[in-house]
Design a protein around this ligand. Structure first.
Ligand SMILES: [Zn+2]
Length: 295
């Protein structure tokens, strides 16, 4: 184990601001218990090289994986005003402040415009590290605006879900976002613009119950937890044992709830292919002589 000690030595005096470094040099795969060097893991898109376990990735990493190059972020400074002045074990204001400090984001989604294999697309990527990726007023508003931007510029929409559901600290206001985003997506549908929903581990609660399941194409990462209520709640309600693999991507694919399970290295190419299939070719001089000659 000498190699292991050698690698650890330079880490001894951790810089005061880099809190995550000492614990993050090596990581144990929950799928196969292999110890993986984190830099190797990042190079493999956070997929275990041995068992293909998909580690959770941040919203920024997700955008980096999907976009060809730099992207333009929108509504970065929208932040919750804590409309209910909610307090549980601690004030919601404090939770927000802690999450903002930990993630560098103002809320649990990043919305951006960029190119996916050359196709200009509006992408919303949810950030699980921000209060469980929960959907409050800000997430709802940002995603709605992303859809409206897509309508204005006639671009497709891709939403990458990673969320525990609606944000309870915003009560009914968070539930209203389900209807708001769904209504915007209905307008996108009427305009004939595609929406691809990507479900990652986990996609649950009000997110599953609204936009995540409204995709023209619904893709899922392998073994992602996808459901509405948790298995324990369901078992207690229906008083039955749930089947093996219940609420995982593979189970949902078998039941027709998702269209495909796509491993992360193929995700971008699959999305681009689907977008090309669903988007009409740009108007130009067509060999068949289109409407151009019509009086
Ligand atoms: Zn593994």
């Amino acid at each position: 184990m000498a190699w292991f000690k050698r690698e650890r030595k330079p880490m001894a005096p951790p810089a005061d601001k880099q809190v995550r470094v000492p614990e993050g040099l090596w990581i144990k795969c929950p799928g196969c218990s292999t110890i993986i060097y984190t830099k190797d893991l990042a190079a493999s898109l956070h997929v275990c090289p041995r068992c293909t376990h998909h580690f959770r990735v941040s919203a920024v990493e997700r955008l980096r994986m999907l976009f060809d190059a730099a992207w333009e972020e929108h509504d970065r400074d929208l932040a919750s005003t804590d409309p209910l002045e909610f307090v549980d074990t601690k004030p919601y204001k404090d939770r927000l402040a802690a999450a903002q400090k930990a993630t560098g984001l103002k809320d649990a989604v990043i919305c951006a415009t960029g190119c996916i294999d050359g196709i200009e697309t509006e992408v919303a990527a949810m950030e699980y590290a921000f209060i469980g990726g929960s959907m409050g007023v800000v997430v709802g508003e940002k995603i709605t605006r992303a859809v409206e931007r897509a309508l204005d510029h006639r671009r497709p929409v891709v939403i990458v879900s990673c969320s525990g559901g609606a944000r309870m600290m915003e009560g009914t206001l968070s539930l209203l976002q389900m209807a708001k985003i769904s209504a915007a997506l209905a307008r996108l549908d009427r305009a004939g613009l595609p929406f691809i929903s990507v479900l990652t581990d986990p996609t649950t609660g009000g997110v599953t119950a609204s936009f995540a399941m409204l995709g023209d194409v619904i893709l899922a990462e392998p073994k992602a937890l996808i459901g509405f209520a948790g298995p324990r709640v369901i078992e207690q309600t229906i008083r039955q044992k749930l089947p093996e693999g219940f609420q995982r991507s593979e189970f949902l694919l078998a039941k027709g709830m998702v269209d495909a399970i796509v491993e992360r290295p193929h995700l971008k190419a699959t999305i681009a292919q689907a977008l090309r299939f669903m988007t009409p070719a740009p108007a130009g001089p067509s060999p068949g002589g289109g409407n151009g000659a019509a009086a």
